[in-house]
Design a protein around this ligand. Sequence first.
Ligand code: P6P
Length: 337
Amino acid sequence: IPEYSLDRDCTTLSRHVLQQLQSFSPDAQDLSSIMNRIALAGKLIARRLSRAGLMTGALGLTGDTNVQGESVKKMDLYANDVFISVFKQSGLVCRLASEEMEKPYYIPENCPIGRYTLLYDPIDGSSNVDINLNVGSIFAIRQQQGEDSDGEAQDLLTDGSKQIAAGYILYGPATVLVYTIGKGVHSFFLDPSLGEFILAQENIQMPDHGSVYSANEGNFWQWEEQIRDYIRYVHRHEGYTGRYSGALVGDIHRILMQGGVFLYPGSVDNPDGKLRLLYETAPLAMIMEQAGGKASTGEQRIMDYIPSKLHQRTPAILGSRKDVDLVLSFINDKGER
Ligand code: P6P
């Protein structure tokens, strides 16, 4: 029998989380249930995306702008609400903080101290939805620290080490869920015939170098001179190729699987760049580091960055160690290459 025809042993996501934790403690069960709920949200979003083109009113803009000042896609709102609804029934998550909501959404009955918070970008890269290119959801799980009496969720303004779990769902030709709870990075493919995410790869380790650099070179003249010098370097030297989809999750997944570097630097207009820390760059930084890569703002490790506000932006240089270090060598202008 050809190998590809042999079904895997069908390790589901919830079973894998328990295996990872090597425990059936209440906390382990909670985390396993939370990951299962995230997987359910992913299935519901994947189903909608596959049908959106055939559903009247599912595509296009709502006419509103979100807290980011970006025009809101109907898919953004749908996906945002999916995460809220799957966690409303869960009794596990107390707060949801999303790119689409100015303030966190509270599920009051779930809110004893120490309960979990979901930080997420429900559909990242939603401008790709209407042209049927890949989009993604990005998530991180934290625990509430102390009181949050004013509803400002100040306790979330901490560094990335407080993330209990992080990952993303990539809605592409297949729907792939990638996650870490600090014990390596693992990928699951959604098997539509089973309606389950099935383990595909465990302990993914990204190459320490890859040929891909992923950046929006349309911003070239907005960048600092050091970044421009880096781009000139990869233009001039053999062995580099540009890949950029305009949707973060797909660009990052390529880097995770093949190596290379994704960069969204600061610019004259946006010195902190465009990407948000708590539900974009911090979760992805945890994934990069767990897979043997690096994640820097250009000045510091993203995982060490302490935000001053919920929707804090940071510049982002994410990817293989050697490729991130090459970008940093230009930023620090060490000269040696
Ligand atoms: P630009 C999508 O809007 C997004 O948040 C990320 O998915 C993506 O990496 C980035 O912005 C693209 O931004 O400025 O290159 O269009």
